[in-house]
Design a protein around this ligand. Structure first.
Ligand code: NDP
Ligand code: BG6
Length: 531
């Protein structure tokens, strides 16, 4: 933080408030960290990876000495590359510059915000092929000569923002040619991790062979599921294991059913070509929603250490039976009722006879003492009436009927938007009335805490990776269990199961609706009562 002469002050990296002891320690140790983003010309890098790195920089959370290399095959000048990133970066920049402006203004000075320029100075663009040993060696030389030479330690993080077909080749070329010899090397791997159990196993063994890893234990692979970096998903552990209040009700004694819902109010928006090979179940249910389910259902871990948490997650996944096809309702969106918004098959790249589900509701059961008999209901869809993700734990009916028929209590963890935890309860109507009415014990984060911004999930997870914290990354055995639960049903839907596999109907639903009515019927069949 510097204040220049002549009445003009400047905010420099790192901001005063963010100089933590950790930063100071890292600086003392003369360590350099390079972030290599592979696939830097692509969509994820632009929308998520670079904005997350920029936010961490503005927060003063990145290591003091760092370089970011955008790596891709497309020939681009640095200015053109920067231009591509600018829509995502400018939003972040505006927020932090505004914040900086305010704090300087409060001290009665004018200023120039240097965050964007200082961040830009740390970034570079490198044009190379993903499986090329020559390009890997060229990158290594650049890093060693230009960025790392004067440091005792040099770490490298490789972020694979690439189609999965490129993962193994890219890692094979980079290790050992572009592997740092004087610090850690970590690889963040993006989803999808395979298409089913066999393909996921194949991808995992290819990566593990190159990285010489075991399933459990030391690893350089950080498999990202960005839902694990969301504030309320992170909060699940704290709520469950930091409060004795929930312990007695958290089982089949009191819980009637658990609903995990993901809704988007947009369609595939030009990504239909990609989506058609994936479908909603692989896109968000086998990964994001199952991670939330696991955190709701797992037992208390022995500690907060990464392997203790992941051991518990694997344990509960092993107790889930494969999903039965008759417990699944599928849907695909059509044009909106007013005819203005196109349907799924209008998306370029989607075949006219596509049977790809853009909506699914499915039910699974956990065969252990705590959860036997409790339906875990997942619902996910694109092109629905709202954008929302939540976990809803519905308790059983109140016995006795003292106040007549009451709706059930529900404990809701609202993941997005408007992050909150609330419990639907009954209380007496205030005043002279003796009636009871439904109300909420409400912990809405933005009302209760003084927060102007919650970090994006990618920020949190990149930072975890810098710190070598793997608790919010997906372990190989965890991934295997997830695919074991979903693969037989997916193979039936794909027509791969053979034998007497029952055909699965794809119901249609208009863009902007609640999804197909058969979904509500399935949910009701499994005991969910609308409150
Ligand atoms: P893109 O399709 O935009 O690909 C990223 C880059 O990879 C491209 O810019 C291109 O760079 C290179 N590339 C694309 N196709 C090939 C190919 N066939 N062979 C070699 N290189 C190729 O992908 P995204 O950025 O959308 O996604 C990257 C990863 O992140 C994927 O695994 C995706 O599933 C995952 N993901 C993406 C999300 C998103 O919102 N986009 C959300 C969650 C996960 P160049 O040609 O310049 O080398
Ligand atoms: C991604 C899916 O993993 O998650 C997308 O591939 C989906 O289809 C996205 O839109 C949703 O993430 P978020 O953070 O916007 O809820």
């Amino acid at each position: 933080y510097t204040i220049e002469a002549g009445g003009v002050s400047a905010i420099c990296y790192p901001p005063l408030s963010a100089v933590s002891q950790d930063d100071a320690k890292r600086a003392e140790s003369e360590e350099h960290t390079t972030f290599v983003v592979l696939g830097a010309s692509g969509d994820l890098a632009k929308k998520k990876t670079f904005p997350a790195l920029f936010s961490l920089f503005c927060e003063g959370r990145l290591p003091r000495n760092f370089t970011i290399v955008g790596y891709a095959r497309t020939e681009l000048s640095f200015d053109d590359f920067w231009e591509r990133l600018s829509p995502g970066l400018s939003k972040v920049g505006a927020f932090f510059c505004d914040k900086g402006t305010l704090s300087v203004r409060l001290r009665g000075m004018s200023h120039i915000c240097l965050f964007p320029d200082k961040f830009r100075e740390r970034c570079t663009y490198f044009c190379g092929q993903y499986g090329s040993p020559d390009d890997a060696a060229r990158l290594d030389k650049l890093l060693q000569d230009k960025h790392e030479a004067k440091f005792a330690r040099a770490n490298r993080m490789y972020y694979l923002a690439l189609p999965p077909t490129q993962f193994a080749d890219a890692v094979r070329a980079f290790k050992p040619l572009a592997w740092s010899q004087k610090g850690w090397n970590r690889v963040i791997v993006e989803k999808p991790f395979g298409h089913d159990l066999p393909s996921s196993d194949k991808l995992a063994s290819e990566l593990m062979a190159v990285l010489e890893e075991k399933e459990v234990g030391p690893t350089q692979t950080y498999r990202i599921d960005h839902y694990l970096g969301k504030e309320m998903v992170l909060n699940l552990m704290a709520l469950r294991f930091g409060n004795v209040a929930f312990t007695p009700i958290w089982s089949n004694h009191y819980v009637a059913n658990v609903r995990i819902t993901f809704k988007e109010d947009i369609g595939t928006e030009g990504r239909g070509g990609y989506f058609d090979k994936v479908g909603i179940i692989r896109d968000v249910m086998q990964n994001h929603l199952l991670q939330m389910l696991t955190l709701v259902a797992m037992e208390r871990p022995a500690s907060l250490l990464d392997e203790d948490i992941r051991d518990e997650k694997v344990k509960v996944l092993k107790q889930i039976a494969p999903i039965k096809t008759e417990h699944v309702v599928l849907g695909q969106y059509t044009r909106s009722e007013d005819g203005k918004t196109p349907g799924y098959k209008d998306d370029p790249g989607v075949p006219a006879d596509s049977q790809c589900p853009t909506f699914a509701t499915l039910v699974m059961f956990i065969n252990n003492e705590r959860w036997a008999g409790v339906p875990f209901i997942m619902k996910a869809g694109k092109a629905l009436e709202e954008r929302m993700a939540e976990v809803r734990i519905q308790l059983k009916d109140v016995p006795g009927g003292l106040f007549g028929e009451l709706a059930r209590n529900e404990f809701v963890i609202k993941v997005q938007p408007n992050e909150a935890v609330y419990m639907k309860i009954y209380g007496k109507q205030p005043g002279l009335s003796n009636e009871v009415e439904q109300t909420e014990l409400d912990l809405s984060l933005h009302d209760r805490f003084d927060i102007d911004r919650l970090p994006d999930a990618y920020e949190r997870l990149i930072l975890d990776c810098v710190n070598g914290d793997k608790r919010n990354f997906v372990r190989t055995d965890e991934l295997r269990e997830a695919w074991r639960i979903f693969t037989p049903m997916l193979h039936t839907i794909d027509g791969l199961a053979g034998g007497d596999a029952m055909p699965v109907t794809i119901h249609t639903y208009p863009f902007g609706s609640r999804g197909p009515p058969d979904s509500d019927a399935l949910v009701q069949h499994f005991g969910y009562k609308r409150t």
